[in-house]
Design a protein around this ligand. Sequence first.
Ligand code: CA
Length: 228
Amino acid sequence: MPQILIVEDDPEIRRALIHALQERGHAVASSPTGMQGLNDALTGEHDLVVLDLGLPDIDGLELLRMLRAVSSIPVIVVTARGDEASLVRALEVGADDFVPKPFSAASLDARVRAVLRRVNDDAPADSTVTVGNLVINPEGRTVNLDGQELDLTAREFDLLLYLARHTGRVVSKRELTLEVWQQAYGGADKTVDVHLSWLRRKLGETAAEPRYIRSVRNVGVKLVAPED
Ligand code: CA
């Protein structure tokens, strides 16, 4: 499930944005100020930012400029209708799309999905993913850890590749069930757990002493580069 960060100071609009996206199946976090938003956007746990340009503590365009200096996270700006000049500037500074206020939930959702689709299409499906000393090659379907090739089953490989493509972000078991198993959710927790434990064993770690695969209690798991 895509994680969306909303940066908006107006509590009413913020609630409306959260509601619009949540009811259409997105996981939503929000920041009421620009500086907090910038901080949150840089944690790397979000897939897309919905950014209001009119913020009290920092100009939305300035925030976007700062964000773009270090991050390519997709950004959709929310702007008051008629504010064409700042809209054009936002696109120049690197916004991916915009939504005029007042927005409809359906059009916001459509733009979010379109931007996420575009971004996912841009990443070559066969490019190698490296996390710490773990090198995953989707084309050859091989995994090397500390220079040694691992012997993974097809499912373990798909699971690892999915986690690796979302490195640093918490992925829920529901999402894994949907994206890796391509099954609707419904008591598939155990299946995911079992495969995770097999995968951990092949990576030379356990749930009690994790290195790459970290459990996040009651939420899911994330793949990270080990700290050592
Ligand atoms: Ca505002």
